[in-house]
Every structure is written in C-alpha cells, then in structure tokens.
Write a protein that binds this ligand. Structure first.
Ligand SMILES: Nc1ncnc2c1ncn2[C@@H]1O[C@H](COP(=O)(O)OP(=O)(O)OP(=O)(O)O)[C@@H](O)[C@H]1O
Length: 314
C-alpha cells in the first residue's frame, strides 16, 4: 500500500469532509521521518545509580559504562536478564531521568528531558479507559504545535497506520489487548518522532497476536523509517526484528555483546541461519553452549526444536 493510499484510508476512517490528504502531505513534508544522520543516537559511558535498600551500601549501580551507537533508522533489540537495567536505559534515553553519568546524544547534542522526537510504548498499553481510541492517540498531541485540523489528520493517519480504521470511536474496553497495543503504538508515533522506544510492548499478548504484531511492527518500521529500540525478553522476537541484538548482563547492567543480524527481511524463523543466530544470542544470554546440551537425555516431546520455539520468560 502506498503512502497516499494510507492517507486516503485515514481520511475515509475519520469520515470528515474537512480532512484533506494534501494537509497530511504538507505535514509529512514539513517533518519527514526520513533517517538523517542528525538523528543518530550515541550513548557514551552511561552509568546510573539508584539509592536502594537492595544494595548493602545503599547505592545500586544499575547501569555501568554503556556505550552504544545507533544509526538513524536502525532497529536495535535489547535483551538481558530481569533487573539488568533495560527499562532504566530506555527511561534515560526517553529523558525521564536526568541524573546519570556519561552522555546521551541525539544528533550529537545532549538530550534535555523528554521531547517530541522520541516516542514510547510500554508493555501495558496505558490507555485512558474514559477516552476513545482517537482521543487516546490524540493525548500525545496535547502540547504539540499542530492546529486542530492537523491533529485530526495526524490521528487519522496513525490509526490507519496500525490498521484500526473503523475503531476511532471505540473505548479501550471494547477492543482486544492486541488492538489496545496498536493504539499505544499509534500514540507513540503520532508526533512523528525520529525514534520509537519499545519497552516489552508485546509481552502481555498471546503467542499468535504477538507474532502478528511483530510483523506489523516491522512493516511500520520499514514504512516510517525511524529508529526503533526494542527491549524484549523474547530472543526470537529480538532476532526477528533487530538489525542488531544487544545482550546485556546484570549487576551492574552492562553490554555483554552485540550480535549483528544480517538476514533479509521478512525473516524466516525456520531458516537455519535464523536458528543459528538465535541460538547464538540465546547461549550468550544463558551463558551456555546450546550445542553441548545432551538432548537425548531429555524428553524430546517436551523440548523446543533446537531452541527454535523457546521463549524466555524471566
Ligand atoms: N526508581 C528506582 N529506585 C531504585 N531502584 C530502582 C528504580 N528503578 C529500577 N530500580 C532497580 O534497578 C534495577 C534495574 O531495573 P530495570 O527495570 O531497569 O531492569 P530490567 O532489565 O528492565 O528488568 P525487567 O526485565 O524485569 O523489566 C532493578 O534492580 C530495579 O529494582
């Protein structure tokens, strides 16, 4: 589907005579999501400490010397054991917390708080139950410079982008969990950010909905050409979506290894190269060599296929 067809569908979905495709075109031209070098993310020597009773000395070093460069338009997956600081890392990149060591630079400039250039999607959709789908998406535009007509077009465009035309006036209790998460993705994108931060966004969904939304997420990423940073517990998902998978280790949270996923998209989960890369990430993650496991000694019916179906849940 072309951009223009998307826009046509968006206009149709709103059912408003005043919603013009040309206005959406103007908005897109003014603020395209074309990757630009100026939107590269550079994390340099990042450290984060919390005052916490978890630590004997009262100070918990959650992140230590994180160095990560993400080119504009890349899809980077981040995996690691529970508590290794993945969500903390996203919170810092989002700009929710300004107390850290090191630097977080976007386009070479230190970030300063939150900004419309970064959107976020959480595991729980966090929709307001008393607002409709369209209003929930529009919440993110509250402090934006767009006028009412522009906001209406942006909302329609992004509801169409996530495939929810016809549900604009539905309330969260009237849609499924997968649809609610689509609304959250639309809300994360409606300001036309250059970067979308995804904190285990599909973690609460059933397996079928989850794999469908993985494909959707990839389609959206390819269409919007923005940077995506995905935190996930699911190694399969990380390899399916990422240009790179960053494996973190805990206590304190550090980058253990980065694995390049140089496979054509859409990736085939039963392709031997996919399985090899997934097993590679997984063994690194678990600190084991999957080839050394004596699978004969285990009940084959209870085993995933060469870790192919394994979902990590920490
Ligand atoms: N505001 C806070 N004050 C004190 N400690 C915190 C705070 N936020 C997080 N932590 C601690 O920091 C560590 C990292 O938390 P974080 O949520 O970033 O990990 P995570 O890797 O995302 O975990 P999970 O995979 O379980 O979501 C944990 O030990 C957590 O208890």
């Amino acid at each position: 589907m072309t951009q223009y067809q998307f826009r046509d569908r968006a206009d149709h979905a709103l059912g408003s005579g005043g919603s013009s495709g040309s206005l959406v075109q103007v908005l897109s031209d003014q603020n395209p999501r074309t990757p630009q070098q100026s939107n590269n993310l550079d994390i340099v020597g990042l450290g984060k400490r919390y005052t916490s009773q978890q630590a004997s000395d009262g100070v918990l070093q959650v992140l230590e010397n994180i160095n990560l460069n993400v080119q504009a338009g890349q899809f980077v997956s981040i995996v690691g054991a529970s508590g290794c600081g993945k969500s903390t890392l996203l919170r810092l990149v989002l700009g929710l917390d300004s107390e850290y060591e090191g630097q977080i630079l976007i386009g070479g400039q230190p970030i300063s708080g939150t900004g419309r250039d970064r959107g976020i999607v959480f595991q729980d959709h966090r929709l307001f139950p008393w607002l409709t789908v369209a209003q929930n998406v529009g919440v993110a535009l509250r402090n934006s410079p767009f006028n009412a007509a522009q906001k209406r077009d942006l909302i329609a465009e992004h509801i169409a982008l996530v495939g929810l035309e016809g549900f604009e006036q539905s309330y969260p209790h009237q849609i499924s969990g997968g649809m609610a998460q689509r609304v959250a993705i639309a809300r994360g994108l409606v300001n036309r950010p250059s970067m979308l931060l995804l904190d285990e966004p599909l973690g609460a969904l059933d397996a079928l909905t989850r794999s469908r939304l993985q494909v959707e997420l990839q389609r959206i990423w390819e269409k919007e050409k923005i940077t995506m940073l995905l935190v996930t517990h699911d190694v399969d998902e990380a390899v399916f979506l990422g240009d790179r998978v960053v494996v973190m280790e805990p206590h304190p949270g550090r980058i253990k290894r980065t694995v390049e996923i140089d496979l054509p998209r859409e990736r085939n989960r039963s392709d031997p190269d996919f399985i090899r890369l997934r097993d590679d990430v997984l063994s690194d993650f678990l600190d084991i060599d999957v080839n050394q496991i004596d699978t004969q000694a285990l009940n084959p019916s209870s085993l995933p296929r060469s870790f192919a179906d394994l979902r990590m849940s920490w």
